[in-house]
Design a protein. Structure first.
Length: 152
């Protein structure tokens, strides 16, 4: 199994667990004298089975990411950490650019006038640069995911 396939299976198991949880909650209680639509005990058993599969997949994915070189200095795990922080930094710059953009909605001279405390153009440019770095890194990670065998 390739790493990318394991990542897809992980997402499927996470969704499956969420669906089982919702079904369990819906069937956790019924009106006196009624029967639940599904047996909560069976749903719990299924949730435990899916949770075990999910745990095994996550462990194997983590082992594979930690052992697989991304480049001369980094593993896939390192690249994922860098990618995640790039996403956070990009969101910060985007948000700052939006917050600093001055929109004058004044109808009378007596209304308050706002001005930006940062250079919006350079902030937006930095956000764009971070987004490009994120995309390039993510593309390389995805390529490796499809070419890397999942470790046991």
């Amino acid at each position: 199994m390739k790493l990318a396939e394991a990542l897809i299976a992980r997402a499927d198991n996470q969704k499956r667990l969420e669906q089982i949880k919702e079904r369990l909650y819906r069937n956790a209680r019924v009106q006196e004298g009624d029967e639940p639509a599904e047996d909560p005990a069976q749903l719990l058993q299924e949730s435990e089975r899916v949770a075990r599969q999910l745990q095994e997949l996550i462990q194997r994915i983590n082992r594979t990411n930690a052992a697989t070189p991304f480049d001369d200095d980094l593993t896939i795990s390192d690249a994922l950490a860098i990618r995640d922080v790039l996403r956070v930094r990009q969101a910060l710059y985007r948000g700052l650019g939006q917050a600093a953009a001055v929109h004058q909605d004044r109808y009378m001279r007596s209304e308050l006038k706002f001005e930006s405390t940062v250079d919006v153009r350079s902030i937006q440019q930095r956000a764009d640069e971070l987004a490009a770095e994120h995309r390039e890194l993510d593309t390389r990670v995805q390529e490796l995911n499809w070419n890397t065998d999942l470790l046991e």
